[in-house]
Design a protein around this ligand. Structure first.
Ligand SMILES: [Zn+2]
Length: 285
């Protein structure tokens, strides 16, 4: 109890190194990453151990606060983020807010000035002007950044889900695969195009022999290449990971997939991925 306090609608850990000491753990900020997310029921900040050898440590929780810049600033202050500067793993929306950027805008990438509306260039132009600094007021930077941009990890789970979404969107609606996925996921055709497949769905589908035998031609090539990438996004970075990802991107392009921000990270920022990708994923449990 002494390690947790309440301020308004937030309950937070007031002494993270002290709490870890109680569990005989010497706090080393480089061994932990801060995960922030919200659902309909709660807004939470949790420390995850890189490699997940230790259990996760909830450090901030609220059932009233909503996901917005001011509240992220509030939580970071309460848990004394600036003293520790953990790496950050969250979804792209949280990352954008932490960096003071807007969402769903022309320049959604925090690493470069990728123009999300210049669709004609998405598959052909890989190198965009780098963001040298996040200057408030320019190119979608609305507020002062709350964390150092180089602390922000690209979230493998969300990118995986984003790839799945683009794959499903590009499938022929009248084809067997699309119809099979309707049955597989239990949603109607209209909803399937926008359906978000979650991690367990994708794992189940990867093992599904019926689906495997059903995909043909371009769809089959894209599916097989995607499966290879999932191995890399879920675990150790394969020594051939660049080749594997580039192959998948070519197949996705051939299938007619669009480049979303998540796909863009693979097209343009493969070097940004850390070696221990699986160990620092935002995918828990
Ligand atoms: Zn970029």
């Amino acid at each position: 109890m002494p390690f947790f306090s309440q301020d308004g609608e937030l309950v937070y850990c007031n002494d993270i190194p002290g709490l870890m000491t109680k569990f005989n753990i010497q706090h080393d900020a480089s061994e932990w990453r801060l995960f922030i997310d919200s659902s309909k029921r709660s807004f939470k900040a949790v420390l995850l151990h890189n490699g997940n050898r230790y259990a996760s440590l909830p450090v901030g929780h609220s059932v009233y606060l909503i996901e917005r810049y001011e509240n992220l600033d509030f939580i970071l202050n309460k848990i004394k983020y600036s003293d520790h500067a953990w790496t950050i793993c969250g979804d792209l929306k949280v990352n954008s807010m932490l960096l003071g950027q807007g969402v769903n805008t022309k320049y959604p990438c925090f690493l470069c000035e990728w123009d999300s509306r210049d669709r004609a260039k998405h598959w052909t132009k890989k190198v965009w002007p780098k963001r040298t600094s996040l200057v408030t007021g320019s190119k979608n930077v609305l507020r002062e950044s709350l964390v150092e941009p180089n602390k922000v990890l690209l979230p493998p789970l969300h990118i995986k889900l984003g790839l799945m979404k683009q794959f499903v969107k590009a499938l022929d609606r009248e084809g067997d695969c699309f119809k099979y996925l309707e049955k597989f996921s239990g949603v109607s055709e209209a909803k399937l195009k926008e359906r978000v497949f979650v991690g367990p769905d994708i794992r189940r589908l990867m093992k599904d022999k019926a689906f495997e035998s059903m995909v043909q031609d371009n769809e089959k090539e894209a599916w097989n290449a995607f499966r290879d990438v999932l191995k890399f996004l879920g675990n150790q970075k394969d020594p051939n990971f660049k080749r594997i990802v580039r192959k998948m991107l070519i197949k996705f392009k051939d299938l007619g997939c669009s480049v979303s921000l998540k796909v863009h990270f693979l097209v343009s920022h493969l070097d940004y991925y850390p070696e221990n990708l699986g160990a620092v994923s935002e995918e828990q449990g």
